[in-house]
Design a protein around this ligand. Structure first.
Ligand SMILES: Cc1cc2nc3c(=O)[nH]c(=O)nc-3n(C[C@H](O)[C@H](O)[C@H](O)COP(=O)(O)O)c2cc1C
Length: 186
């Protein structure tokens, strides 16, 4: 599979088979994420792998009761560590202003997407879960306050094959040379 095939075939999967993932596979996913580029090569991403069924269920409850999440045998909690930048030690939550916070989120999001695409290549299903509050998810996993939970990527063998979700026409999103001038895609 090449990169464009992985990009085009990725879907958010919300039904999973019970089959567990082996550690080698999990490490392959994490290695792909760790190849991501980051500003100043700061690599602010941190990963927390949750496999314990009871903890997965508690995670699903914190994510506004999305209990179907718990079916996925592995939950990879993608974290952005502000201490990788100047803002070391500061509390980092939904209200945090400042460029360092934006930078570590930006870089960590790239790593997360690498992981999602590698999962497609390995025949795995994923869904990025982002519906929770920092102050509710962090205590559950003993995550410190300068670490922002960017997403919970749930991973497993897919038990559904949804079609592509719609995207806005690219022509509406692309400008030529200066803002507002349509690129005029065919
Ligand atoms: C930052 C982020 C947060 C998301 N949070 C959730 C979520 O909490 N629950 C859920 O079912 N899907 C969630 N999704 C999945 C989106 O709904 C999905 O990506 C979108 O509908 C497009 O579908 P596709 O991923 O199949 O292309 C999230 C995706 C992203 C990128």
């Amino acid at each position: 599979m090449n990169v464009i095939e992985a990009i085009e075939q990725r879907r958010s999967i919300r039904k999973f088979a019970a089959d567990p993932l082996d550690e080698k596979t999990v490490l392959e996913l994490l290695a792909a994420a760790h190849h991501a580029p980051s500003g100043n090569n700061s690599q602010p991403w941190r990963f927390l792998v949750v496999e314990d069924p009871a903890l997965r269920e508690r995670l699903a409850r914190v994510c506004h009761g999305q209990l179907w999440m718990a079916q996925a045998p592995v939950h990879i909690v993608i974290c952005a560590d502000l201490s990788a930048r100047e803002g070391s030690g500061e509390r980092f939550d939904e209200e945090t202003p400042g460029m360092d916070a934006k930078r570590v989120i930006r870089d960590t999001a790239i790593a997360a997407d690498h992981l999602l695409l590698r999962a497609v290549e390995l025949g795995l299903g994923t869904c990025w879960i982002g519906w929770y509050l920092q102050d509710e998810i962090r205590p559950l996993l003993a995550i410190p306050e300068q670490v922002f939970v960017l997403g919970v990527l749930i991973v497993g063998k897919p038990a559904e094959a949804p079609g592509p979700r719609p995207r806005y026409p690219l022509a509406k999103l692309v400008y030529r040379e200066t803002w507002g001038i349509p690129y005029c895609l065919p």
